[in-house]
Write a protein that binds this ligand. Structure first.
Ligand code: TMP
Length: 204
């Protein structure tokens, strides 16, 4: 395992992934450990431009266009990732699994095409570990209601997100060694400790 790993935080809306990535970055700041943090879509300057286009509530692209825009946004991040790969810890809020979970399992786009373009973009870059945050339907519905600044991908119904989550779980279960599933229905502080302890192991 690389001591400067790529660590990805995945999960559907309201699963708590952004909370946990923030906690990890605060921990690394406190320990004065160098890292970079990006999100997808977004992260670099050009990717943020594409993010605004995809997620703008007035956009109404078809599912294939969405796929190509998410991948275009990733393409603009790859140089940034390459620059720091194995030199600094890289934390990513959503990455390739989100494309498979949302565009394939959620929206039915062909999986082979997604895998092929991801491979084409990533080449030898490999994610070392993924925290998959999951939430049950009851908590999901409550959390979706509380969300304030809604974007275009926040407006789906709970059943869609649960379908996407099943896709995420499939990916995690097919490669268990490289994933930790975080049950965000449980105590948040315990989950924070669980994640920080795992991060310590990954960077030791
Ligand atoms: P977020 O940044 O608030 O998590 O929102 C980004 C949205 O984009 C979220 O609904 C998931 C979606 N998304 C995809 O559908 N495919 C992708 O490849 C990525 C990275 C995100």
């Amino acid at each position: 395992m690389s001591k400067k790993p790529i660590i990805v935080f995945e999960g559907i809306e309201g699963s708590g992934k952004s909370h946990h990535i923030t906690k990890v970055s605060k921990y690394l700041d406190k320990k004065k450990i160098e890292y970079i943090k990006i999100r997808e879509p977004g992260g670099s300057l050009n990717s943020e431009k594409i993010r605004r286009l995809i997620l703008n509530k007035k956009s109404n692209f078809n599912v294939q266009t969405d796929l190509l825009l998410y991948l275009a946004s990733r393409s603009e991040n790859i140089n940034l990732i390459k620059k720091f790969y194995k030199k600094k810890i890289i934390l990513i809020d959503r990455f390739t699994d989100s494309t498979i979970a949302y565009q394939h399992y959620g929206m039915g786009v062909n999986l082979k095409i997604i895998n092929m373009i991801n491979k084409f973009l990533l080449k030898s870059i490999k994610v070392n570990f993924t925290f998959l945050n999951v939430v049950d339907k009851k908590n999901l519905i409550q959390r979706l209601k509380k969300r304030k600044s809604l974007n275009r991908y926040d407006k789906f119904n709970a059943s869609f997100y649960i379908k996407v989550q099943r896709g995420f779980l499939k990916l995690a279960k097919s490669n268990e060694k490289f994933y930790k599933i975080i049950d965000s229905n449980l105590n948040i502080k315990k989950n924070e400790d669980l994640i920080i302890n795992q991060v310590k192991k990954l960077i030791k």
